[in-house]
Write a protein that binds this ligand. Structure first.
Ligand code: SF4
Ligand code: SF4
Ligand code: FES
Length: 246
C-alpha cells in the first residue's frame, strides 16, 4: 500500500477563472481515514490543504451525488478506494459550477420527461401483484438507479456525437424500459423510446460498464432498439434526421 497518494484535481470557478487548471496534492495514508476513498481524500485536502468544491451526501454509495471522473472514468467517489496516484475531474459532459460540482439539471430533466409512473386505467386494488421472480430479476434492479449520471458522463452518443438535444440518454432510457417490460403499463413505451432517440445509441457499452447499480443499461436499450426495428419503427435516413427530443 502506498504511504502517500498524489491526487491531481481539476479546479474551475466559473465566476473567476477563464480556464480550468490542475493542482496536485500529496496526502498521507492516514489511518484515521482508512480505507482512503476518493471522497475521504477530498475531505483530507479540504481539511489540510485548501478548499475544493465537491458534492456528496450518503457516503455509502446510495445517493449518487458524489460522482466524478476518476482517472478519466465516471465513478462514485465514496466507493472508490485509492490505490496510488489518481486524477479527479468533474463529470464529463456537464457544465461545471465549481471544481468537481457540475450542473446536472439537463440530465435530471430527461428523467422527468421519461415519465415512468405507471399508465393504466385499472384502479390500484385491481392491479395484479407483480410476479416475484420478475420483480427480483428485472424490475428491482432498474429501481436501483441512483441518478448519479455516470452513464451520461460515459455515453459516447452524448459526449462524442453530441446527441444531447436528440437522445434522452442511458439513464432515462432505463425508466422507459422499466415500464416497457411492465405488462400492466398501458402506454406505448416502445414508441416513446423511439421518440426519445433510442436509435441514437451507438452501443458503446459504457453505460453498463460504469453503472454503480449494475443495471444492464446498453443491453436494455438494445432490446428496445431491436423490438422497435422489428415493429417497423426505425426512422429512415441519417440519425440527424430523427425527431428532436422535446
Ligand atoms: S451504449 Fe448507448 S446509451 Fe449506453 S453509453 Fe453507449 S451510446 Fe450511450
Ligand atoms: S442508470 Fe446507473 S449510471 Fe445511470 S444514472 Fe442510474 S445508477 Fe447512475
Ligand atoms: S456520497 Fe452518496 S453515493 Fe457517494
Amino acid at each position: 500500500m502506498a504511504n502517500t497518494y498524489k491526487i491531481t484535481i481539476t479546479h474551475y470557478d466559473s465566476s473567476v477563472d477563464l480556464e480550468p487548471y490542475t493542482k496536485t496534492y500529496e496526502i498521507p495514508d492516514d489511518p484515521d481515514f482508512a480505507p482512503m476513498t476518493a471522497l475521504k481524500a477530498l475531505h483530507w485536502i479540504n481539511r489540510y490543504h485548501e478548499p475544493v468544491a465537491y458534492d456528496y451526501n450518503c457516503r455509502r454509495g446510495t445517493c449518487g451525488r458524489c460522482a466524478i471522473m476518476i482517472d478519466d472514468e465516471p465513478r462514485l467517489a465514496c466507493m472508490f478506494t485509492l490505490t496510488g496516484n489518481h486524477s479527479f475531474a468533474p463529470l464529463s459532459g456537464f457544465p461545471v459550477i465549481r471544481d468537481l460540482v457540475v450542473n446536472k439539471q439537463e440530465a435530471y430533466a430527461k428523467f422527468v420527461v421519461s415519465n415512468h409512473t405507471i399508465k393504466t386505467l385499472a384502479p390500484d386494488g385491481v392491479l395484479k401483484q407483480i410476479e416475484s421472480e420478475f420483480w427480483r430479476e428485472k424490475l428491482y434492479p432498474l429501481n436501483a438507479c441512483r441518478e448519479c449520471m455516470c452513464c451520461y458522463a460515459g455515453c459516447q452518443a452524448l459526449n462524442i456525437f453530441n446527441k444531447w438535444g436528440r437522445f434522452a440518454g442511458p439513464g432515462a432510457m432505463q425508466e422507459i424500459y422499466l415500464r416497457h417490460i411492465d405488462g400492466q403499463d398501458r402506454s406505448n413505451r416502445l414508441e416513446q423510446a423511439v421518440f426519445s432517440g433510442v436509435f441514437e445509441c451507438v452501443q458503446c457499452g459504457n453505460c453498463t460498464q460504469y453503472c454503480p447499480s449494475l443495471i444492464s443499461c446498453s443491453e436494455n436499450i438494445k432490446e428496445m432498439m431491436d423490438e422497435a426495428e422489428r415493429a417497423g419503427m426505425k426512422p429512415q435516413g441519417k440519425a440527424s434526421n430523427y425527431w428532436p427530443l422535446l
